[in-house]
Design a protein around this ligand. Structure first.
Ligand SMILES: [Fe+2]
Length: 460
């Protein structure tokens, strides 16, 4: 029997402006149900805690995504709708300062009310109102509301990944190290899926030139992916695979965490100040073996899996240690633009990156798993890939009008771009032009990286 997560893989074939009510209703129900399914394994107490300011309680995510529909859809397009509780406009507002001061992010874990039960009830009330709107509203009214409905659904999917990231951190912060779910069938390390040790030394050559980047018009995209435009990309080479745990262990063993020559100034200060010696969630056992946190609890690190939960600073230091660099976001997009966005996404329900080759069999069919591959692998899914590109507006960028203009544009300062989605990203949420962004010290997202380099003259 398929779970709600699996059902979501079959994305509704929607066109811009399409108002087939049944498709929208089905899609709304399906995406909203995934958020709740992800929370099913939680105990009541797990919903409320906030171990660090950057981590939000699961209860808050469930309320905030609901408030988004209530405020931006029902509040704007349903004149008769009465909000359930006006104070939720403050409690569940994340960062929309133009709507009034949000409740401080770092204090979300101090709120015992609304209770978890009340938050679920809030979801039921808003879902009922949204579905009634989708069933009954006049065609012109529905058409006008569809862009914000679609934005709300993608917003919900973004928070599904955040829910998983935050649940993992909440369990990590607890010395009991609770498991989110029981251990599944596990193969011996390094043999779970791929038979061979991944070789990240293999690279792919790109001639570059004047290329198109940014979102295609006919598909949904965020404002920060637009407008599509031309940019010049010099010839480059891109690693076939993301850097693995095994390769990253060599970086650690080489003493790179204590060598300032590999680090940006800010990265060195941050790493030293925070006492970093390995990626987030890694622990060294007394017998010298590395362990990490998974959703089944602590597990021995598989050297063939892509390294995950590293910051931009660590990724850059690794690249410097290898005398290489991170790709630019446009190099990454150029390499990914012709490839299907297949991979280990949230729907695989692993919630953990897996070794190269495993998703070919897992999600693309056994024939493709054995095919000769002449392009980079794992560009999509497994781990978000840090790029060396600062998160900046594209030429001609225009934020959405009104408060929704705060969604992306105001973060275009001091953050770096990541590409490709991760094992916690819903598959229907990702595309080659998708730009994720985080501060360079961020580690609690499912972030990894691959290497790039300039080409030698002989390759031209
Ligand atoms: Fe949000």
């Amino acid at each position: 029997m398929e779970s709600a997560l699996h059902l979501h893989r079959a994305q509704t074939p929607l066109k811009d402006g399409g108002s087939d009510r049944n498709l929208w209703i089905e899609r709304y129900r399906r995406i909203r149900s995934v958020s709740e399914k992800l929370c099913e394994p939680l105990a009541l107490e797990d919903y409320v805690v906030q171990p660090e300011s950057h981590v939000s309680p699961p209860k808050w995510h469930l309320g905030h995504t609901t408030w988004f529909f209530e405020h931006f859809l029902l509040g704007v397009h349903c004149p008769d709708y009465l909000p359930l509780n006006r104070v939720y406009d403050r409690v569940f507002n994340s960062y929309y300062e133009s709507l009034g001061a949000p409740f401080p992010r770092e204090r979300r874990g101090t709120l015992s009310r609304p209770t978890v039960e009340e938050v679920y009830s809030y979801r039921r009330e808003v879902d009922t109102a949204v579905l009634e709107f989708l069933f009954c509203s006049a065609e012109p009214v529905l058409r006008e509301a569809l862009p914000v409905l679609e934005l709300g659904l993608h917003h919900e999917q973004q928070h599904q990944e955040l829910l998983l990231s935050d649940i993992k951190y909440i369990f990590w912060a607890n010395p009991l190290r609770p498991a989110y779910r029981p251990v599944r069938n596990q193969a011996p390390l390094g043999t779970a899926h791929g038979k061979n040790t991944p070789n990240c030394e293999v690279t792919h050559f790109y001639r570059g030139g004047l290329i198109q980047v940014g979102a295609e018009r006919e598909l949904f995209s965020f404002d920060n992916e637009k407008p599509r435009h031309l940019t010049h990309v010099p010839p480059f080479v891109l690693s076939s695979l993301p850097v693995t745990n095994g390769e990253y262990m060599e970086f650690i063993e080489a003493g790179a965490y204590t060598n300032p020559l590999y680090w940006h100034s800010d990265g060195w200060k941050h790493s030293q100040g925070a006492g970093w010696t390995a990626p987030l969630y890694w622990e060294l056992d007394c017998d010298g073996s590395w362990w990490t946190l998974s959703f089944e609890g602590m597990k021995r690190i598989d050297p063939n899996e892509p390294v995950v939960h590293v910051s931009f600073f660590e990724a850059s230091a690794y690249a410097a240690w290898k005398s290489a660099r991170l790709p630019t976001e446009f190099e990454w997009e150029h390499a990914a633009s012709k490839l299907p966005a297949h991979g280990n996404f949230l729907e695989s329900e692993l919630f953990h990156p897996s070794p190269a080759g495993s998703h070919n069999g897992l999600l693309m069919g056994p024939n493709l798993a054995n095919a000769q591959i002449d392009h980079p692998q794992q560009l999509f899914g497994d781990v978000w890939e840090w790029t060396q590109s600062a998160y900046l507006p594209y030429p001609g960028f225009r934020p959405l009008p009104g408060a929704l203009g705060e969604y992306n544009g105001k973060f275009m300062c001091n953050q770096m771009v990541l590409r490709g989605g991760s094992c916690a990203t819903p598959a229907s949420h990702i595309r080659p032009s998708y730009r994720n962004f985080f501060q360079p010290e961020t580690r609690w997202q499912f972030s990894g990286f691959r290497l790039a380099d300039q080409t030698s003259k002989e390759e031209l």
